[in-house]
Write a new protein. Structure first.
Length: 393
């Protein structure tokens, strides 16, 4: 029996080798069982898979508990993380030991994350203890999924749910694609941003469906050459460049293209925000096109006086220069009268701003939708409802 089995195994390996199939590393073979903690099993399966070229870690259907994991490369070759089941983070923040992430993919070239599974951050307790709205030096909370130095990779058909903090964060990634990613958290969950892109380039996000308590997708310092296509957002705070200018020597944001987005019941639509009294910086080549707003509070907004919860003592103007920004084919309904708000810095006025084919309606009391321009003279074309810069400050 044992002899037959080993002959069968050798034959199987020969077949695998000859077809160059992915070698499968199922966490079950490393001791994982449904409803139990699989931190050790996953760590071992990942290590084994990473040491082989062309491998696949599989977590099959079922619910599993998982503590902090650092899925670290570089690996021997391409590697797939195939999650079919649901991973649940510990409820208690303390058990993640002050880590800034829960599942961390780091230093990997040629990663595929797939499988239709769920990363459930179990954030309910952490949200209640989150003091970040009152204290900007609040304790770090773990991000559901971090991608640090991940290159030439694809993330598709996964769900991130109820993260304790941001859902997905990119740091120093290049050529990373997101397809069919779903992100959900309640409207009142603090700092649960959907996807935050920082210090990364050549990123595409396609067909995402994101509803959270904070920004849908946000672009921080060093986000360059990013394409967002066919994304739905809501609830949450909308699609946002920034906030910028909070720290010294921030890398510029450039080359952001958002096309075909639908935002529903969000606090903002498409936004660029910078802190007043800021360090210098730049945001350029930023384009929003074909965006539908459903009952959105600030559909089009540049806010260079961004200062939530009065955290700024000095109100001198922002030094972040905003240029080459277009808002084209943006239609739908605004839930506030001020549908278009372009509030640029007095010290570095916005340049090359374009408004084209804007049709935003407001149905509340006080008249139709308005637009305000401060320290900016946008170039306009096509239909403009509201008329551009009807209120000049
Ligand atoms: C402005 O943006 C467009 C579209 O991305 C780009 O082709 C052009 O080079 C940019 N212009 C400047 C001056 O940066």
């Amino acid at each position: 029996m044992g002899k037959n089995l080993s002959i069968a195994t050798i034959l199987l390996l020969l077949v695998l080798a000859s077809t160059k199939a992915q070698q499968v590393f199922d966490v079950k073979s490393y001791g994982a069982q449904p409803n139990a903690d699989i931190t050790q099993a996953l760590t071992k399966a990942w290590k084994a898979a990473c040491a082989v070229a062309g491998s696949k870690v599989v977590i099959s259907a079922g619910v599993y508990k998982l503590g902090f994991v650092n899925l670290l490369g570089p690996c021997k070759g391409a590697i797939e993380f195939n999650l079919q089941g649901t991973l649940q983070a510990p409820l208690d923040v303390a058990s993640l030991n002050g880590k800034d992430g829960w599942v961390v993919f780091e230093h990997i070239d040629g990663l595929t994350v797939s499988g239709g599974g769920v990363f459930d951050g179990k954030g309910q307790q952490a949200w209640q203890k989150n003091k970040c709205d009152k204290d900007k030096n609040c304790n770090v909370l773990p991000i559901n999924i971090r991608f640090d130095k991940v290159t030439n990779s694809i993330v598709q058909d996964i769900t991130s749910k109820d993260s304790k903090y941001f859902h997905i964060n990119l740091l120093q990634c290049t050529k990373l694609q997101f397809q069919h990613v779903t992100i959900t958290a309640p409207a009142n969950s603090p700092n649960t941003d959907g996807i935050h892109v920082g210090h990364s380039s050549q990123i595409t996000i396609t067909n995402a469906n994101i509803g959270t308590g904070d920004d849908c997708i946000s672009f921080g310092a060093g986000a360059q050459d990013i394409t967002v296509n066919q994304v739905t957002c809501g609830p949450g705070h909308g699609i946002s460049v920034g906030s910028l200018g909070k720290y010294q020597n921030e890398e510029p944001v450039s080359g952001i293209r958002v096309t075909g987005a639908t935002l529903s019941n969000t606090d903002n639509g498409v936004r660029i925000k910078t802190w007043p009294a800021s360090s210098s910086g730049a945001a350029t080549d930023i384009h929003f096109e074909d965006v539908v707003m459903n009952n959105v509070a600030n559909p089009i907004i540049i806010d260079q006086n961004y200062c939530p919860n009065s955290q700024c003592s000095n109100q001198s103007p922002s030094k972040v220069k905003i240029s080459n920004v277009s808002f084209k084919k943006i239609s739908g309904s605004s839930s506030t009268q001020e549908a278009v708000n372009l509030i640029c810095s007095k010290s570095v006025p916005c340049q090359q701003v374009v408004l084209s084919d804007i049709d935003l309606t407001y149905k509340g009391s006080g008249g139709s939708a308005t637009s305000t321009c401060t320290n900016v003279q946008p170039a306009v074309s096509g239909k403009l409802n509201p008329p551009a810069c009807a209120n000049k400050n």
